[in-house]
Design a binder for this molecule. Sequence first.
Ligand SMILES: Nc1ncnc2c1ncn2[C@@H]1O[C@H](COP(=O)(O)OP(=O)(O)OP(=O)(O)O)[C@@H](O)[C@H]1O
Length: 676
Amino acid sequence: MDLESIPGVGEKTARALRELEAPAATVESGDVAAIARAPGVNEARAVRVARGAIRRRHDDASRVLATDRAREVYRDALDLLKERTVTDYAEKRLETFYPSASASRIAEAQTFAAAATDRDPDPAVLEALSGVEPLADPPTVRVRDRCLATADAEVYARAEARVPELSVETVEDTRDVAELARSYATVIVLDEEFAGMDVEGDVHVRPDALETPAETVPERLLAFFAANRGRLEAAAAVHEAADLDAAADLDALRDALSRLDDDGTIVGDAELERLTAAVDDLDAAVSTAESVADDHLREAIRERDVTIEGTDFLSLVEQGARVDSLLDRELADEYDTAMERARDHLVDALDLAPEEADLAERVFDDDPSFPVERDESAVSRLRTELAAGRDRRAARLKADLAADLGDLREPVEDLVRDALELDVELAIARFARDFDCVMPEVRDPAGPAERPDGEDDESEHGVPGGFRLEGGRSPLLDVEFEAVEPVDYAVDGVRLLSGVNSGGKTSTLDLVALVVVLAQMGMPVPAEEVELDRFEEVHYYAKSQGTLDAGAFEATLRDFGDLVEGADGRLVLVDELESITEPGASAKIIAGILEALSDQQTTAVFVSHLAREIREAADYDVAVDGIEAVGLVDGELRVNRSPREGHLARSTPELIVEKLAEDRGGGFYGDLLEKF
Ligand SMILES: Nc1ncnc2c1ncn2[C@@H]1O[C@H](COP(=O)(O)OP(=O)(O)OP(=O)(O)O)[C@@H](O)[C@H]1O
């Protein structure tokens, strides 16, 4: 696959991605953590790469978010979802969902989101998720008692690259190998031609050693699993709590992890522990054994009358003969007992096996002496034997464990990824529950032939183009979600939206934008029912803060000039454009924009307080909807939040004048009311 054909992937990123084990599959998987393992590719870039891969898959060059405010709404939508994740992974992964104008992309994302909303966001699962993170590669462990050897320069280079844990040595002949065998406990020769050589030491000829790293450097697997223990245990717990099918055998995984220490060494093997302790305690145990023997002898001597014959006494004095000979003769039995006790102590204290006990016997020889003396060379032999036993056992256990872990290595990648992906799904599920969402119906927009100008095209759903939402409630309002009043609104074509102050006009535009953006991301939307055309672009303009100076005004007019050019398939939402300049000019400008848009397949809502003036300035019959006040209650307006179609809502001042006129029975207020 040509990675550079992914939108946004240049030569440099492509090169980095090629370092991944399976570049094409990884990029396509959307697994942002896996993509971010490419050197120099951070998470933000990984998200862009994953999105680029989605775009390429769907041949989707759409740029739905056409204005700053539209992009803000997307950020808000994303935040609502991201707030409901547990893991960083899921936060990043959610960013791969973008509002698209591609039918197949929206359908794909909808399938994912629909399955996600069926998930149960059980607190136990969320709790377990808190420990899950993408698997990490621990730093390379250096193994110093083993080396690789080869006579071939190419093999040498390959070995260095593939097995950085071991030294790679160059050998020319068997003599060189023998030399290495004296410095390393194990030598692995990579060249076939050395097969059958007769060299002393632990030397193996294994031409496949580079292809079987689990055997060659079991330490690598052990270090990987040790470093990722917490994440793996958490991922296993997530699968159990969520009752998910696990990609790896969880019992086997737990068993393997229980045999592994955090530093990558083996634990839980009684024999290895015995041998390790025996080596460590050998010196202390021999000293204690000496004391045991000495104590016994001291006691025995103290209680004994020893008669020395004159000749013996003479030889003691004259020839410097040792008292040991006396000991031997006089206390032979006691000495034997003392030695036996010393040996027994050694065997007991070190928990020695029978063949080791034979070696231990020799630590205390039969030559009597007082105090008792160990045979250093026997101690050293025993130590060598025990250490060799320990190392052999450790190596075998490591190899066994590595074989078990080798079988788990790939499945655990899936295990962790599935747990992390579950977090993505649960965030969507929680979003859908928290805001009573529904899956919207995103329709193919009718082409010009199907929607002839000026005629209503009643589609098979009974609704013309544009959008129709029922019971929409925006989670972005400044009131508690429970207090948000549902809004129904359907728009086909170009509309002016009038309404009382603070009636909810801006909030309605926000709701429409949010619903459309979420819908085209493939996500559920906060409403009871929603149908919409698939929009090519969303142009949302927020209310400008005050009148613009000449330069900014010109720039804004240019924006709208561009907007009305080829506006087919666009959703245009504009909030109080009149605030950019003085009201008379504003009404004319808005009327002109509406005219231009009404000739096209555009869905537009312009919020304005100048609906009447705009209508007068326009040379076609501008459709006006209104958010109307139901009345004034205790000085506060009660409004119906759902815009009424074809209704110019009265303004707040008009409503207040009307109330005064009613209260006072006409008069000045009655005359004033006439003017509206
Ligand atoms: N659907 C709703 N449910 C509950 N409260 C709402 C709803 N819509 C709007 N509001 C409340 O009304 C306030 C004003 O809404 P908004 O700013 O949308 O009104 P507006 O008609 O655009 O006002 P203005 O004419 O002053 O620009 C919001 O801040 C919110 O508190």
